[in-house]
Ligand binder design. Sequence first.
Ligand code: 5GP
Ligand code: MG
Length: 183
Amino acid sequence: MLPEDIQGDLTTVLVTEEQIQERLAELAAQIDADYAGKDVLLVGVLKGAVMVMADLARALSIPLEMDWMAVSSYGASTKSSGVVRILKDLDAALAGRHVLIVEDIIDSGVTLSWLRENLITRGPASVEICALLRKPDAAKVEVDVKYVGFEIPNDFVVGYGLDFAEKYRNLRSVGILAPHVYE
Ligand code: 5GP
Ligand code: MG
């Protein structure tokens, strides 16, 4: 799906399809170098990370495995407590492995900081994070993210895996959703 297919639903295209692919190639080159010769497991966080996982994994030259987790934060009022529920756990065991969490976006950082701590308890050799997007203004929790695609403003965005009410995930670029869509 292209921005012109949903004309009026976006106020701005923030990151184009070409920019995403270019940036993923740069990140992949870094990751290739950092993880050469290591046993790498990419952990994708469903559902938003599906697109970035698919494209990043294919941009990488190193051998790797992929696994998936689904998590959900408890109600908005308890979000700051950092309580996250696992809806689907990993199939893989992590002991001794180099884990790279792949995420679509870091907003408050609550989900990822909880997830990293959870995975560390399973005895991996390392746990790092790669996120396509980060909203620096929104960070409530300090999360050390080794690989970041783009810093974006504190607006609600959709596309490239990111949804609004499950729609727009198949948009090829990332854009700011127009207020009339959700108001
Ligand atoms: P955090 O725990 O860092 O606040 O954010 C967790 C999740 O909220 C993200 O993985 C993502 O699913 C969702 N999220 C945060 N910001 C946005 C946004 O701008 N657009 C969409 N579609 N989802 C977002
Ligand atoms: Mg997500």
